[in-house]
Design a protein around this ligand. Structure first.
Ligand code: SF4
Length: 326
């Protein structure tokens, strides 16, 4: 039997190249080997962006269209929307009762987010419980593995801890102890060299038209020490070069040579990068346009995924209710 994987994305906006390199390319590979549950994490989106929910439902459909367009196969994987599966909240409630507050307050990403995000008030009851809901998401499907980046390892450890707490307290092995599949994804910054984020308007979206992509790439920051055309550049510190590494690795060596040997200017380098990125995402965009023509069909596909997810989730909750004698 195939091992189970759970992964998800918050529908907070259009998907961009960071999502492609950081998650989606990997999901496409994982679905060949594992039984995958891919979740649109709309409750998690609400936790962070509860003040403006106007785009949430459109984003859900758009995100799923992007997943399908990059090659996520609904015949192989279960694609579902978190809020349509009530068992996520039931299990979140049970876990909330047994999770010590200190575990959540010490969570490094919680403290970091509170420090970094000043545009929204995240000092809420719901946001503190974010990792508990995440544990419920993973354990509801009794996932064996979870693809994570290094920075998310503490969250997964918390999930394992909650699983241990539950199994020990109620003396039943209801939940597994999921392992991480460490995904080494390229560290991609936004076009302006800051963290890639839709709120900084520094992303290249999967839905951007070719002229938009070319224009956006032409504004990218390059090696600040390369002022004149005949100054040798430092590709290892140039953001443009990291995009080559992520999206056109076959051209990396050539770019390294022309940059360090001052054989080509940054304008040409960016123009060629734009062509390569357009080549890479144009098949995705063609599929995207096809899927977009029939959003009703996408809704049906999501309903089917929701049904499949609910079936698994309700089996787990039967075991949970039995264990807690409710
Ligand atoms: S030539 Fe390319 S890699 Fe080198 S500094 Fe310019 S943009 Fe960056």
């Amino acid at each position: 039997m195939k091992k189970i994987i759970l992964s998800g994305m918050r529908p907070t906006g259009k998907l961009h190249l960071g999502h492609l390199a950081g998650a989606l390319d990997n999901w496409v590979k994982l679905q060949k080997e594992y039984k995958c549950y891919f979740m649109v994490a709309d409750w998690h989106a609400l936790m962070g962006e509860y003040e403006d929910t106007s785009e949430l439902s459109n984003n859900i459909i758009d995100n799923i269209i992007d997943w399908l367009s990059v090659g996520i196969d609904p015949d192989k994987s279960v694609l579902f929307v978190q809020s349509r599966i009530p068992q996520h909240l039931e299990l979140h409630m049970v876990f909330s009762c047994i999770t010590p507050l200190g575990l959540l307050e010490r969570c490094p990403t919680y403290k970091e987010q509170l420090r970094q995000v000043s545009s929204r008030n995240l000092n809420t009851y719901g946001f503190l419980g974010y990792p508990v809901l995440q544990a419920a998401d993973i354990l509801l499907y009794r996932a064996d593995k979870v693809p994570v980046g290094r920075d998310q390892l503490p969250h997964l450890e918390l999930t394992r801890e909650i699983s241990r707490l539950f199994n020990n307290l109620y003396k039943k092995n209801v939940f597994p102890y999921p392992d991480a599949i460490l995904t080494e994804t390229p560290k991609l910054l936004g076009l302006d060299g800051r963290k890639m984020s839709k709120s900084y308007l520094n992303t290249i979206n999967l839905s951007d038209d070719p002229p938009v992509i070319t224009k956006k790439i032409s504004t990218m920051f390059t090696d600040p020490k390369r002022i004149r055309l005949n100054d040798p550049g430092h590709p290892d510190t140039c953001n443009v070069f990291s995009y080559y590494a992520a999206f056109a690795p076959e051209a990396k060596d050539e770019v390294y040579n022309w940059c360090t040997g001052a054989k080509k200017g940054c304008t040409d380098c960016k123009r060629i990068l734009a062509e390569k990125i357009i080549d890479k995402i144009s098949p995705i965009q063609k599929k995207r346009a096809e899927f977009n023509k029939d959003r009703q069909a996408i809704k049906k596909l999501i309903s089917k995924g929701n049904e499949d997810a609910r079936e698994t989730a309700s089996k787990t909750m039967q075991d949970v209710f039995k264990a807690i004698k409710l």
